[in-house]
Design a protein around this ligand. Structure first.
Ligand code: DQA
Length: 143
């Protein structure tokens, strides 16, 4: 089965407890199980990870570049300001799909309107809640 990574950045481990009016009631553990099931249905063996430590995400992206592993990425707040993340995305050798639970472009904070991931993403899925991860995995398979 083809491997794929679903990588999640800071604060996403608190999904379900974190501002549910914005991010929904599904917990992070539920998201992990959903992604694995959606992946299997698409012929993908999906590994889902989350970190609050930027270096961990960079290491995972560098390894994905070396191994040509496709990635679905919700980099959370790092999306908007991390040039190290931008550089790591630039090195990827297999498709990258950007996903967000909310639609950052529609939110009031100006800083959310910039994405340093989008320039390297084959597709962007935003504003569909956890369902967006299913759409992102589908986009990954299609790209
Ligand atoms: C987010 C949107 C980001 O602006 C925010 O910092 C997050 C989550 C989303 O999934 O909607 O942490 O990436």
């Amino acid at each position: 089965m083809r491997q794929a990574l679903v990588l999640n950045g800071p604060n996403l481990g608190r999904l379900g407890r974190r501002q549910p009016e914005i991010y929904g009631a599904t917990t992070y553990d539920e998201l992990v199980a959903l992604c694995q099931g959606w992946g299997r249905a698409l012929g993908l063996e999906v590994e889902v990870r989350q970190t609050n430590h930027e270096g961990h995400l960079l290491d995972w992206l560098n390894a994905a570049a070396d191994d040509a592993t496709p990635v679905v990425l919700n980099a959370a707040a790092w999306t908007h300001y991390s040039y190290a993340l931008y550089d790591a995305c630039a090195q990827l050798t297999a498709p990258l799909v950007e996903v967000h639970l909310s639609d950052p472009a529609q939110r009031v904070e100006e800083f959310r309107h910039t994405s340093l991931v989008t320039p390297y993403a084959a597709a962007v899925v935003a504003g569909h809640g956890v369902e967006g991860y299913r759409l992102a995995l589908e986009a990954l398979v299609a790209s």
